[in-house]
Design a binder for this molecule. Sequence first.
Ligand SMILES: Nc1nc2c(c(=O)[nH]1)N[C@H]1C(S)=C(S)[C@@H](COP(=O)(O)O)O[C@H]1N2
Ligand SMILES: [Mo]
Length: 162
Amino acid sequence: MSANESTFDPLQPHSHEPNPAPPSDDPTIRLVTVNGRASKITVTNLQKLPKISIPDCYIVSTGHGTSGPFLFGGVTLLDFINSYAKGGWTEVEVISEDGFGNRVYKEELLEPSQAGAILLAYEIDEQALTREQGLVRLIVPSERDDALRQVKWVSEIRLKRP
Ligand SMILES: Nc1nc2c(c(=O)[nH]1)N[C@H]1C(S)=C(S)[C@@H](COP(=O)(O)O)O[C@H]1N2
Ligand SMILES: [Mo]
């Protein structure tokens, strides 16, 4: 195995062809805590948590150019985790059923960038995200790298410790 292979992390941004179509019709999100316990989360559950809106978000798409600015609305990933899980985690994997995903580190959540906090968004421009648009979408406002962190159709959130 080369050094490159041993450090390859499929959940870190790397070039990728965007998938335009939802992988499934199942809108539930599976939350897996550090001890392996799984629970099912719905959009309705997310809507009950404090809502944050972040303006001026762009999706710098490889497929069809830059779109935006959008106003994304949802719950911060940190508020979501804190309301459903205990501590002990240091990073979180946010994964879609189509295999696309992203690794987010606790430090990124505790110290959000100036662009805004990392969000589990369920609204775009004050309308519910359609299944086509991602339904629940990870929004990383600081990301400008071909939307490689803007995970559509979030279906699993896994908390990890080293
Ligand atoms: N689940 C999932 N999310 C994804 C992708 C994907 O293939 N699957 N592609 C990413 C890439 S590379 C791009 S460019 C954007 C495209 O988002 P858009 O369709 O809203 O423009 O989604 C990102 N999120
Ligand atoms: Mo992309």
